[in-house]
Design a protein around this ligand. Structure first.
Ligand code: AMP
Ligand code: MG
Length: 328
C-alpha cells in the first residue's frame, strides 16, 4: 500500500510543507521565506511568519499533491536543530495535525533530512555529503550506524557569512545568490584568511577581512570573487580529506548554498580527481523545504519509529551524529 507523508519544515526563516509517497515520489513542495526588512533573522518574527503563513502553505501542499487531508498517513516535522521559537511553532502545527487526523507523528533531524533527500534524488547509497546552508556547514559521512560530522564550521555558517557580507555590500537578502552573480564579473584576487583547522574551518575572520577590502576601495565584484574562491577552496580541502579517509565513492552537495554554480564546479573537480561520482541536489530540493522532512518521515516510519506527542519537545541543538540511523 502506498503511504502519503506530509512533511513540515520550519527550523529557521523558511516555512515549508511537502507531500512525499512511500515510493519516494515528491508530489508537492510549497514554501515561503521571511525576508528581514533590515538586519538578520529575528527568531520571534520568523516564528510569527510560520504561524501566520503555515496553515495556508500546508493546505496548498496537500492540494497540489492531489490528495485530501484524510489521505495523509503520516505527519513528519523538523524537530531540530534550529531556532527555538521557530521549532516550537512548527512542532505545534505538526502535533495538532497528527492528533486531528489520528495519524502517526514522526520527528525528523533537519540535517539528516538534507542528506537523505539528496540520496533519494541521486540514488546515492553512501556518500560523503557537503551540507552548506544559512545555518550549517558540515562535511558528513555514514559510519558506525550514524551520520558522523567529519568537519564543520567552528563559528558562522557559510550561507550566513555570505548574507552578512551581502548586507555590508548593500545587497538585498539573501546575499548569497547576488554575490555569486557579482563574482562572475570579478577577476582580481585579493588575499583573505584561509582558515582550515584539522577537518574544521572558520569563516568569521574572512568576513572581517572582506569588510576591510570594501573600506579600502576594492571593487565589489573582486571582493565577491575573492570570498567565493577562498571559502569554497576551504570546503574543497576538507571534502577531499573526508573522501580520502572514508574511501567512499560518492560526493553529494546539498543545502541552500548548493545552488551556487562555482561551488558545484569546484566540488565536481574534487570528485573527478578522486574518481568518485558527484551530485548537486537540484535547487528546489537544496534549501530548507518540507519534502525532505516528508521523505525522512517515510524512512523512519518504515523502520518502525514514531514519537508520542507528549515526548515530542523540540531539540534546538540536535546534532547530526546524535541520532541512530535505523533505516540504513
Ligand atoms: P537554506 O538555509 O538551506 O534555506 O539556504 C539559504 C542560504 O543559501 C542563504 O544563506 C543563501 O544566501 C544561500 N544561497 C542561496 N542561493 C545561493 C547561491 N547561488 N550562492 C550562494 N549562496 C546561496
Ligand atoms: Mg537547512
Amino acid at each position: 500500500m502506498k503511504l502519503y507523508c506530509l512533511g513540515i519544515e520550519g527550523t529557521a526563516h523558511s516555512f515549508g510543507a511537502g507531500v512525499v509517497t512511500s515510493d519516494g515520489e515528491v508530489l508537492s513542495n510549497e514554501w515561503d521565506m521571511l525576508k528581514p526588512v533590515q538586519g538578520g533573522i529575528h527568531p520571534r518574527e520568523a516564528s510569527r511568519h510560520h504561524s501566520e503563513l503555515g496553515p495556508r502553505i500546508i493546505k496548498n501542499a496537500v492540494e497540489k499533491a492531489g490528495i485530501n487531508f484524510e489521505e495523509v498517513d503520516i505527519i513528519a516535522f523538523s524537530r531540530g536543530p534550529g531556532l527555538g521559537p521557530c521549532l516550537r511553532t512548527t512542532a505545534t502545527i505538526a502535533r495538532t495535525l497528527s492528533l486531528k487526523l489520528e495519524v502517526p507523528l514522526i520527528d525528523v533531524n533537519h540535517c539528516v533530512a538534507h542528506i537523505e533527500i539528496g540520496c533519494l534524488e541521486s540514488s546515492f547509497k553512501d556518500p560523503v555529503t557537503v551540507y552548506v546552508s544559512g545555518g550549517n556547514t558540515q562535511v558528513i559521512a555514514f559510519a558506525g550506524g550514524r551520520f558522523r560530522t567529519f568537519g564543520e564550521t567552528l563559528d558562522i555558517a557559510i550561507g550566513n557569512m555570505l548574507d552578512v557580507l551581502g548586507r555590508e555590500l548593500g545587497m538585498d537578502f539573501p546575499g548569497g545568490p547576488i554575490i555569486e552573480k557579482e563574482a562572475k564579473k570579478g577577476n582580481e584576487y585579493h588575499n583573505l584568511p584561509y582558515s582550515v583547522k584539522g577537518m574544521d574551518l572558520s569563516y568569521s575572520g574572512m568576513l572581517t577581512a572582506a569588510k576591510r577590502l570594501l573600506s579600502e576601495g576594492v571593487a565589489i565584484p573582486d571582493i565577491c570573487y575573492s570570498v567565493q574562491e577562498t571559502s569554497f577552496g576551504m570546503l574543497a580541502e576538507i571534502s577531499e580529506r573526508a573522501l580520502a579517509h572514508t574511501k567512499k565513492n560518492e560526493l553529494l552537495l546539498t543545502g541552500g548554498v548548493a545552488r551556487n554554480d562555482r561551488l558545484t564546479e569546484i566540488l565536481s573537480g574534487v570528485a573527478e580527481r578522486h574518481e568518485v561520482i558527484f551530485h548537486r541536489v537540484s535547487p528546489s530540493l537544496a534549501g530548507d523545504q518540507g519534502a525532505m522532512i516528508a521523505w525522512n518521515g517515510i524512512l523512519l516510519y518504515k523502520a518502525g519509529h514514531q514519537v508520542e506527542v507528549e515526548n515530542s519537545h523540540v531539540l534546538p541543538k540536535w546534532r547530526t551524529d546524535d541520532q541512530d540511523i535505523l533505516w540504513r
